[in-house]
Design a protein around this ligand. Sequence first.
Ligand code: AR6
Length: 190
Amino acid sequence: MDYLEYKIGVPRLILIIGDITKQVTYAIVNAANNELAPGGGVSGAIHRVAGPLLWEECKKLGGCLTGEAKLTKGYNLPAKFVIHTVGPVYSGKPKDKVNLANAYRNSLELALDHNIKSVSFPSISTGIYGYPVKEASEIAISTIIEFLEEYPKIERVRMVLHNMEDFTVYVSTARGMLIKKGLLKPETLV
Ligand code: AR6
């Protein structure tokens, strides 16, 4: 199984194994750096598919602070917009959690402000920035669920995991949290 969908009231939280550059949602989120320069990982892949005009637009934005988010067009991507956010470089300090939660929340707020109804996230900070996947999944999933409960105008949030290992971790975190909140009955688990 490489796709799971959970209802958070009316909105859906979707966990999927895949490539963020192929997602057909209004916006995809880029795990960017403070300069919003192409870089490697997800960011490199997004810039490659979007084409050089994405970097041209990014250059004009004056960078992005850790935990904040900025919007550009999607150019040659299937997504209409890219939300660029910068996760923390993992240090093991309490501020990592705050910065990672801010990256998810500010991305969703930007989507809401622009009437963007569907968003795909990669697993921010868990690649080059070294954030342990289990810890990061708890922050990602709890922030997304809380946001969707508060703002059901966003219809779909997709977490796009790059491999089965990360997907399994995110599924286990999401199930645990949804059961605790009474949003998923243990006997309906898949
Ligand atoms: N689709 C979905 N997920 C992907 C893809 C893809 N095409 N490619 C990689 N991943 P990373 P970070 C996963 O390193 O840790 C860049 O150079 C990957 O397996 O892209 O936030 C930026 O410019 C991992 O699980 O982001 C920054 O300098 C996750 O995406 C720095 O890396 C995030 O990995 C940001 O590091």
